[in-house]
Design a protein around this ligand. Structure first.
Ligand code: SAM
Length: 280
């Protein structure tokens, strides 16, 4: 599969997940989005772009931070994400925020349009992340900030449960091939940003504990986001066995009230256009 085909498949997964994305009563995208906005240091009046906005985990806190004197634009390539989020914005009465269908690989705005660009858990889904970052550098005003979050560490019980599910994929289903990860660690991230004409200001990890009532709730959450990419390839006749294996793998995450608790760490990188880098 090419990078472009993988990226299209990811968008299709989010299109199907949009109605329940971040709406399963699990604390996960919300706190990560709020922390990304906090790290970006957004000020009242700022002009902000949120790429891969999903259901607004980053967009809504960004709108709070700019206040009505600022402007926040969210883009997402999944039309259902955009229409659900547009409806949520309308209900919240936020007139300084808009959302539209656009590609985070190459957002369509004039150079120097934004004080801040936010990319919450999306750059690793893009076919050419380094090129996208270079575009973001051009879209920022001088001294503007790019804030990007990527995954830093998954709970061992989550990794084991994913492996248990993946063992039930059909034999002809291609497994994700290990690829060079431009966001693997701080050194790689700094190098990736430098290639994109961005200088790193800070890199820090932030972790969240997510609670689930039971394995059924965990599965509901898995279907509501990128986890769906794996689940949809498990044929219906294998699903009960796959869930039973995942449940066994999740046992170490059991908490005294009978639910499950999983800890996930994200890495938040804040960068700024390098002085002297071309603006267009
Ligand atoms: C993991 S979700 C993150 C959503 C949101 N930023 C958050 O923190 O909850 C990734 C989002 O990126 C979107 N996406 C994936 N590829 C994209 C692309 N090339 N252009 C725009 N959006 C994209 C998906 O549709 C999805 O809404």
């Amino acid at each position: 599969m090419t990078d472009r085909a993988r990226s299209n498949a990811a968008v299709e997964v989010f299109e199907q997940a949009a109605s329940s994305y971040d709406r399963t009563g699990v604390s996960f995208f919300g706190p990560f989005g709020a922390e990304l906005v906090r790290c970006a240091g957004i000020r009242p009046g700022d002009r902000v772009l949120d790429v891969g906005c999903g259901r607004g985990a980053v967009l809504f806190p960004a709108a709070d931070a700019t206040g009505p004197t600022g402007r926040v634009t969210g883009i997402d390539l999944a039309p259902a994400m955009v229409s659900f989020t547009a409806e949520d914005l309308r209900r919240a009465g936020l007139t300084h925020v808009d959302v539209r269908v656009d590609d985070a690989q190459q957002p369509d705005f004039p150079p120097g349009s934004f004080d801040a660009i936010l990319a919450g858990l999306v750059v690793f889904l893009l076919p050419e992340p380094q090129q996208a970052l270079r575009t973001y550098a051009r879209l920022l005003r001088p001294a503007g900030r790019l804030a990007v979050s990527t995954f830093a560490a998954q709970d061992p019980a989550f990794v084991a449960a994913m492996d248990a599910l993946a063992a039930h994929l059909p034999a002809d289903q291609p497994r994700p091939a290990p690829a060079a990860d431009p966001f693997a660690d701080e050194r790689t991230i700094t190098a990736t940003m430098a290639v994109a004409d961005l200088a790193v200001i800070t890199i820090r990890d932030y972790q969240v504990e997510s609670k689930f009532r039971d394995v059924g709730h965990w599965m509901e959450w898995m279907w509501s986001h990128g986890g769906r990419a794996l689940l949809r390839h498990i044929v219906p006749e294998r699903r009960d066995a796959a869930i039973a294996d995942a449940a066994r793998a999740l046992e170490p995450a059991r908490v005294p009230d009978g639910g499950l608790a999983l800890t996930t760490a994200i890495r938040i990188t804040v960068a700024t256009p390098r002085a002297g880098a071309p603006a267009s």
